[in-house]
Design a binder for this molecule. Structure first.
Ligand SMILES: NC(=O)c1ccc[n+]([C@@H]2O[C@H](COP(=O)([O-])OP(=O)(O)OC[C@H]3O[C@@H](n4cnc5c(N)ncnc54)[C@H](O)[C@@H]3O)[C@@H](O)[C@H]2O)c1
Length: 315
């Protein structure tokens, strides 16, 4: 059991909430998982069980450990039950008013020492804190999908978050072997999503212009900058390439890069046609039923193996 003991509440048992719950439970932290709907809670437990079974098949964990992990997760549809947690992380939909309303409701339930966190993908933490009576206990904790696999967590303070709160949250993540990074400033999209969206905006633009197929664009990224990025981030890589070389290329290239301030027409059309990606069977690619059922799990397993291997190399 980690030093920072005690129960943690996760609000919202969707894609992110269930991953965060699994992550903590695997680290022997007690979790209370709350959602408004019983069927979603049952579905979440089923998905966690299936994911753990896959980990057994791949030799990451033993079959006997599954029961212990599942015992660490309680589910509830009653928000009052989160009041004994030391940390409450919300992972409900990315709608400002919905999150603000839930956080205000939480303040009527929990005492002022309980830390509140949001897993928002990029809503400013100051904005989410606007209606709180105790913004000093509120912080952003942005996990990446799937939370039980991807090591990094961005931690973002609002202007009033106390240092004690950010220290406690950072310490906890380190203790459960996550790689937390504390941002110096609250900025929309934080670091990860700003960089991810800059890259996706360019990739969608290249597709829209017919420069290459989706598969070809992905192949270029995966097997060039993708391979390097596990070992060097974009800034370290520039040092290796030479800043003079980068400056020279930037001087002629930046003016040609995609810089639109609204989502691309191609993306808007796909969304309007319900081509939402794997969940509807079509996005930039076509996805058959077997892929819809299995591909995320297969990729998660490969990622876990890769992370394990990189950790070994960097020891
Ligand atoms: N999906 C991702 O890749 C990803 C990655 C990082 C962060 N996020 C962020 O995490 C949050 C959750 O995203 P998700 O993809 O898990 O969404 P999701 O739609 O899969 O899950 C949201 C869950 O919240 C529940 N919910 C809705 N309103 C609620 C309420 N008032 N009280 C309790 N539960 C409620 C829903 O029933 C649902 O189960 C969002 O802020 C999102 O931007 C998502």
């Amino acid at each position: 059991m980690p030093q920072l003991k005690g129960e943690i509440a996760i609000l919202g048992a969707g894609a992110m909430g269930l991953g965060i719950a699994q992550l903590f439970a695997q680290k022997n932290v007690s979790v209370i998982l709350y959602d408004k709907f019983q069927n979603i809670l049952e579905d979440a437990l089923g998905k966690i069980y299936a994911q753990m079974n896959e980990l057994v098949k791949q030799g990451f964990i033993t079959e006997e450990s599954i029961e212990g992990v599942l015992q660490n997760i309680k589910t509830t549809e009653d928000l009052e039950e989160v009041k004994n947690s030391w940390l409450v992380i919300e992972a409900i939909p990315e709608i400002l008013e919905l999150k603000q309303e839930l956080l205000s409701q939480l303040e009527t339930i929990c005492d002022s020492t309980v830390i509140f966190a949001s897993n928002t993908s990029g809503l400013p933490i100051n904005m989410l804190a606007e209606k709180l009576e105790h913004p000093e206990r509120f912080i952003g904790t942005h996990f990446f999908m799937p939370a039980q696999v991807v090591p990094l967590v961005e931690v973002i303070r609002n202007d009033k978050t106390s240092e004690q709160v950010s220290n406690k949250v950072m310490d906890f993540f380190k203790e459960i072997d996550k790689k937390p990074v504390l941002l110096k400033k609250d900025i929309p999209g934080f670091i990860g999503n700003r960089i991810q969206h800059a890259m996706a905006r360019e990739a969608i633009s290249l597709l829209e212009q017919g420069i290459a197929s989706a598969e070809e664009i992905d192949t270029v990224v995966r097997w060039s900058i993708g391979v390097r990025m596990l070992f060097t981030g974009p800034l370290e890589q520039r040092d290796l390439n030479g800043l003079d070389v980068h400056h020279h290329i930037a001087s002629y290239l930046y003016k040609d890069l995609e810089n639109r301030t609204e989502p691309a027409d191609l993306l808007a059309k796909k969304v309007a046609n319900s081509e939402l990606g794997i969940k509807t069977g079509k996005g930039f690619y076509e996805w058959d039923e077997n892929q819809q059922k299995n591909i995320s799990q297969e990729k998660n397993t490969k990622m876990l193996q890769l992370i394990h291997w990189v950790n070994q190399l960097e020891k």
